[in-house]
Structures are given as C-alpha cells and as structure tokens.
Design a protein around this ligand. Structure first.
Ligand code: F6P
Length: 366
C-alpha cells in the first residue's frame, strides 16, 4: 500500500536470539529509509507482537548504534505461532487456537506492503504459512545452528563459532595442566556444524556430531591410547544432538507451547561419565549453553547481516515476496519460502570438513 507515495514495511525477529539480529534490523531499516523512502515498523517479540498488536515505528535514531549489540531491540519469542496459539481461560492454558486470520487482518490494518521475518526454521515455516494466506513476506535466515535449508550459511553462526572456539582454547589449558579429559558440549540442535567447526578450530581430539552416531568404546579407546602415548589430556567436543549408535538423544526439557518443543542437552555428562568409568581418567564437563548466543557479532556476521538487511529492503521496494534471502557461494540470492520450511540442513556424511577432521587424526566416534 502506498501512503503518501511511500511503502510501509514491518520487521520482526522470531525464535532464539543470536548475534547479528540488530545488524539486520539496522540494515533493513536504514536502506529502507535512505534508499527507498519507505516507512518501517518494528513488531515486538516476533509473531507475538502481531497476535497481541504490539508494534513500534523504527526511525533512524532507533536503529543507530545497534550494529555491534547482541540480542534484538525488537524482542523475540520462540513460542508465538499464529497457527497454534495457546488460549487461556481463568489464567489456565486450555487449548491451542489458529489466530492466523486475525494476524492477516492486523497486517492489512497496519498497511504493511511486506513483512520482513528474521528467524530460524520455525520462523520460516510460519512465514511460509502466512505467505500462503496472502501476506507478502521476505525471510532472513538466522541461527547459531547453521541448519536452515537453502542458504550456505546463516548469520549468527560465525559469532557462535568464535565463542565456542575461544571456550575450547581456554578449556585446553586446564586439560593440559590437570591431565584431564575435558568434555565440551556445544549447541546446534540436530545439526553438527557448530561442534564440527569449533572442534576443528579448537583442535578437539574427539568430535561427536548428530550426523555420525558414535560408539562409546571407540571414543574411550582413542582417549586411553592418547594417554598411553603420553598425551595426558584430551578434548572431547560433543554436539548437544549427538547420540550413540542405536541410542537416543538426550532431551533436557520439553517446552510444550514452543514452535519446536524439544530442548536438547545433557549428552556431555553422559559421555564424560562413560569415559571416566572406562578409562579411569579424570574427566570434567563444560556445557557452553546460551553463552554461544550472546555477545557482539563477529565482523563476518556484521557484514553478512548488513548484506541480508539491505537486500531485504530492496526486495520489499521491488514488491518481491514469498522468498528468503540466502547466501550461495559469495552471492546474496533469494530462495522460495516454500522450499525452506520444514527441512534441516545437516552435515552431509561426505562433507569435506569431515575428511579434514579425520586427516588431522580427530576421532569422530565411528
Ligand atoms: O536454535 C538455537 C538454539 O540455541 C539451539 O542451538 C538450542 O538447541 C536451542 O536454541 C535452545 O533453545 P532455548 O533458548 O529455548 O533453550
């Protein structure tokens, strides 16, 4: 809709936060205002703001000085799904309702030509459903897990990788001083990118990822042999989604009303206990957890987020919808939202980085 000849767009951030969200918001908003003379509204707390009608105008002032800030100035939620919204009666949750029609009406009321949805696969799946209901959407792929289908990389991943690598470096020194086995559990959900890449960057001796179910005997044998060879410490990097051959994932909790209810976590403790019992070597665990989602974005993520944001603004101005911006090689491209939702980009068993890890003698547990 043109208001006084100006287009109006909305921006929301959904799902778990990560470094670079503010850089995208800034990129979208600044390019929209300076290049295309568009009005920008910020939607608060992801889709929740569309359901509960909470928005704020974004002017130049509001998006200045946020490039380097972690988190999101708009707030986020990984529970708000307009197609499955918990309805409460007397303060108690009674059932889930489809409130997507109200959301579509609200988008029309706000006069939004396009909604920019910055988020992970849950956010993209909802974006695809809303776009099937006629809402014009441009998606921007975010997540430290790097598991979104259709893009070579998501923003947030590089910063989390840096954090995890620095943590492994620090843990290395204690491992060496105390001659211990140190198990480091990293995030990543069902994909092993963060564990694999931080494991390689941090010189992990063992890397366990969801895509390669491990055999604990192999891991223990490897660690024991290192010790016998005089390497009196080992670093074991475990993805939260790793599981043994024929065994199950370790689930930390179930968040019933979340777009993805399963929260993984705890596999590091399981592996550590088994190593200590089998080898007799003193073993400790560090679960990096949400540290990996915080802090200032890396230079790479600041640039990627800004490129994504500026591209999203261009697409909004050009009236292109139903797409997600993505990286292919070194290019920023678009992929149809219909290709994205519901799929996970995992580490292919033939991925060259696995051969690299094996090449330097890393045990992958198989
Ligand atoms: O998707 C990002 C992520 O940090 C995953 O790596 C992790 O499994 C999950 O979110 C944790 O979610 P929450 O913040 O709800 O505990």
């Amino acid at each position: 809709m043109l208001r006084n000849g100006r287009r109006r767009i909305g921006v929301l951030t959904g799902g778990g936060d990560c470094p670079g969200l503010n850089a995208v918001i800034r990129g979208v908003a600044k390019a929209s205002m300076s290049l295309y003379n568009m009005e920008v509204l910020g939607i608060e707390d992801g889709y929740e703001g569309l359901i509960e009608r909470r928005v704020m105008p974004l002017d130049w002032e509001k998006v200045s000085g946020i490039l380097t800030q972690g988190g999101t100035i708009l707030g986020t939620s990984n529970r708000a799904n307009p197609f499955r919204w918990p309805v409460k009666k007397d303060g108690e949750e009674v059932e889930f309702a489809d409130v997507s029609d109200q959301v579509v009406e609200y988008v029309e009321e706000l006069g939004l030509d396009t909604l920019v949805c910055i988020g992970g696969d849950g956010t993209m799946a909802i974006a695809r459903q809303l776009s099937q209901k006629g809402v014009h959407i441009v998606g921007v792929p975010k997540t430290i897990d790097n598991d979104i289908w259709g893009t070579d990389i998501t923003f947030g991943f590089d910063s989390a990788l840096q954090t995890a690598t620095e943590a492994i470096d620090k843990i290395h020194t204690t491992a060496m001083s105390h001659h211990r086995v140190m198990v480091v559990e990293v995030m990543g959900r069902y994909a092993g990118w963060l564990a694999l890449e931080s494991g390689i960057a941090g010189g992990g001796d063992v890397i366990l990822i969801p895509e390669i179910p491990y055999r604990i005997e192999k891991v223990c044998e490897y660690v024991a042999q290192r010790s016998q060879r005089g390497r009196r410490f080992s670093i074991v990097v475990v993805a939260e989604g790793a599981r043994p051959e024929g065994g199950d994932l370790v689930v930390q909790r179930v968040v019933k009303d979340s777009t993805d209810p399963i929260r993984l976590g705890g596999i590091g403790h399981v592996v550590a206990r088994q190593i200590e019992e089998a080898t007799g070597l003193e073993t400790r665990v560090t679960v990096l957890g949400h540290l990996q989602r915080g802090g200032t974005p890396s230079a790479f993520d600041r640039i990627l987020s800004t490129r994504f944001g500026v591209k999203a603004a261009e697409l909004c101005f050009d009236g292109v919808g139903g797409v997600m911006v993505a990286v292919k090689g070194n290019e920023i491209v678009t992929v149809p939202l219909s290709d994205v939702g519901g799929k996970t980009r995992r580490v292919d068993p033939n991925h060259p980085l696995l051969a690299v890890a094996r090449g330097v003698g890393t045990c992958l547990g198989d």
